[in-house]
Design a protein around this ligand. Structure first.
Ligand code: ZN
Length: 147
């Protein structure tokens, strides 16, 4: 069962509205389980955990640009980590009380797909002290060829 709502937390619809059957056709089963069923890939399993390449990470579901490699840092947590999204309105943040924890879920603001969670106040030496902990399988890196 998809667990992703049709509306943003503020009640406005996601601009990219695609039926679940279409998402199922477009996404491979692993990506579908994370993006549309709010799953989590196993730690250290994702293709972008240690990636240092320069470029932009876009939503694997809808293709909108979400994060820049400039904001990626080594969190040693097993998932790609960013200290900020590319733009404040690129993602939406939703309180998540599943698994007996209070966490803040991060979704694509354009298509509503699940990306990961954001944690604050962990003491990382980043400009924001935020860690956007994002599943590799939710993203597609488009390298721009710069160093
Ligand atoms: Zn998206």
């Amino acid at each position: 069962m998809p667990t992703v709502d049709a509306q943003r937390p503020d009640g406005t619809p996601y601009p990219i509205a695609v039926s679940e059957s279409t998402w199922q056709e477009r996404l491979d089963p692993v990506a579908y389980a994370v993006l549309r069923e709010a799953g989590t890939e196993p730690a250290w399993s994702g293709e972008y955990v240690d990636t240092k390449a320069h470029g932009v990470y876009s939503c694997r579901a809808c293709g909108i640009e979400l994060f820049r490699s400039d904001a990626k840092f080594d969190s040693h947590c097993g998932w790609p980590s960013f200290y900020t999204p590319l733009a404040g309105d690129a993602v939406v943040e939703i309180k998540d009380t599943s698994h007996g924890m209070l966490r803040v879920e991060v979704r694509c603001a354009s298509c509503g797909s699940h990306l990961g969670h954001v944690f604050s106040g962990e003491g990382y030496a980043t400009p924001t002290d935020l860690r956007y902990c994002i599943n590799s399988v939710s993203l597609t890196l488009e390298p721009d060829g710069q160093e």
